[in-house]
Write a protein that binds this ligand. Structure first.
Ligand code: ADP
Ligand code: NG1
Length: 470
């Protein structure tokens, strides 16, 4: 497909800045197509191109925003932009997919309407984030065409790939240079302008990925460490064909808020100054105990029944107004009940599974594949039962993947729809794909029509890059 755009033969391993690559466009259909679309739209040729990949998270779901390490890898599918600069003081955006309408924004003042999460607002998140980070009073005018191959709202981070691509475009168009780590941190912060309170996994892997290796991504400070996946197994992505747009619903922020409240309730029970603690990870650091002990703390302090607003306010000694203003997000103001026990149990358990997964990859025992598969299965059960971020279609697909020969299978990304990731012994891959096709996609006309882009083997891809025509 498009791997050659950022995984060229040149050694980009040690660079701290996103690589700038000169590419031969001949024979590359996707690049030719975007170049032609750009010319047709604007009547001149692009000056440069930028590309940012989507990702698949192998393990560590819904814990990045709690401060815990996650274990994703970049995928081949990406967001690609063709760009030219001008002095029009406007940012003109077009998309190769007609369902994403053209938009023109002022380069002087960027505003993002989070009540209406249109595609161009994600792009403008990246623009605004870089502008603010660099302290630029105004930006150069730009013409851009965007082309995406990451399935949207499917847990493979199409939104973050778009934000990261836009951030990279803005940096390059304004002739600035930032490190990959700074770009990742800036793009993680600015995607929140769209309203979702994500944790930074997606933007980090989009910039820090390297071909051939998954990464353990740690936060505060942001670090990415290679994780060598075992020989003899392959990772397969399968889309359950249910879309879930995070910014248009409150599911995602509701979980962020439940984790925040759980942090405060646990901190209060342990006599800590709870009001400044926001993340379950910060609480563990403060208490200086193991993840196992944190799970015991959850058992001791929290009850499995949902908490009402009144109970939370009474325990913390705050008013409903303080709860709404200081703890809830804009789109969770309506929430009346909060499952604190289940969310905190998932987070501490999942954080421990990430470390176990990395340890197995590092020590590579003879039964590594079976051990990793087990951890993935436990992760899915925890996402389904404790975090309640699965859906019937995802659960059905996970079951089919396991019956078809996967040793581990789980939802990946935010959930409530989107993709599963399965670990499949290499010698079973053909029969695995055939069985999943027959049992999940073929019996349903809509799924069958989507199968081509919904079921595929994936390998660790490279990170975001800028390039020009050779
Ligand atoms: P994901 O899990 O893929 O990140 P989100 O629901 O967070 O899903 O974001 C999906 C949104 O990202 C889409 O509704 C759209 O606005 C934007 N998006 C994704 N892919 C593209 C694309 N190719 N072109 C324009 N916008 C895109
Ligand atoms: P996706 O799958 O892209 O919606 C979201 C968050 C991540 C992480 C995962 C769940 C954003 C941009 N991304 O990813 O930070 O929390 O859910 O593990 O909010």
């Amino acid at each position: 497909m498009f791997t050659e755009c950022w995984t060229t033969k040149r050694n980009i391993k040690m660079t701290t800045n996103p690589p700038k690559i000169k590419l031969l466009f001949t024979g590359n259909e996707r690049l030719q197509k975007i170049k032609e679309s750009f010319h047709k739209k604007y009547g001149h040729m692009p000056l440069f191109y930028a590309c940012a990949p989507g990702r698949v998270n192998l393990i560590g779901e819904h814990i990045d925003y709690c401060g815990y390490a996650v274990l994703p890898m970049a995928i081949e599918q990406s967001i690609l932009a063709a760009v030219s600069v001008n002095d029009s003081q406007t940012i003109q955006l077009a998309n190769t997919d007609p369902k994403y309408k053209d938009f023109t924004a002022s380069a002087q003042s960027i505003s993002i309407d989070k009540e209406n999460p249109q595609w161009y607002y994600y792009f403008l998140c990246g623009v605004k984030g870089i502008q603010e980070h660099l302290g630029l009073p105004s930006l150069t005018g730009m013409c851009c065409v965007v082309d995406g191959t990451v399935p949207a709202s499917s847990g493979l981070s199409s939104s973050s790939a778009l934000v990261c691509c836009a951030g990279l475009v803005t940096m390059e168009a304004n002739q600035k240079s930032l490190s990959k780590v700074t770009l990742a941190e800036t793009c993680a912060k600015c995607e929140r302008y769209i309203g979702t309170e994500g944790g930074g996994m997606d933007q980090s892997i989009s910039f820090l990925a390297e071909e051939g290796t998954a990464k353990l991504i740690e936060f505060n400070p942001l670090r990415a460490t290679d994780v060598k996946l075992p020989d003899g197994a392959m990772f397969v992505i399968a889309n359950c064909c249910v879309e879930m747009n995070k910014a248009a619903t409150s599911h995602f922020n509701m979980r962020v808020v439940e984790c925040r409240i759980a942090t405060k309730m646990l901190a209060k029970a342990r006599g800590l100054e709870w009001s400044r603690l926001q993340k379950l990870g910060e609480l563990q650091t403060e208490l200086k105990v193991s993840l196992e002990k944190m799970q015991e703390l959850v058992e001791d302090v929290l009850h499995p029944e949902a908490y009402s607003r009144e109970e939370i306010c009474k325990t913390l000694g705050i008013s409903t107004e303080q709860l709404c203003e200081n703890i809830l997000s804009t789109n969770t103001q309506h929430a009346t009940h909060f499952n604190l026990y289940q969310r905190a149990k998932h987070v501490y358990g999942e954080a421990a599974r990430v470390l176990q997964f990395k340890a197995v990859c590092d020590s590579a025992p003879a039964n590594a594949v079976a051990q990793l598969g087990n951890l993935m299965n436990q992760s899915h059960a925890s996402c389904r039962d404790l975090y309640e971020c699965s859906c019937p279609e995802l659960d059905q697909l996970v079951d089919i993947c396991l019956q078809a020969g996967a040793v581990g299978s789980r939802l990946t990304g935010a959930g409530w729809g989107g993709c599963t990731v399965s670990m499949v012994p290499s010698d079973r891959i053909d029969s695995f794909l055939q069985t999943v096709r027959e049992r999940y996609y073929v019996p349903d006309a809509r799924r069958a029509a989507m199968e081509k882009h919904s079921l595929f083997v994936t390998r660790p891809g490279g990170g975001a890059a800028i390039f020009t025509e050779d």
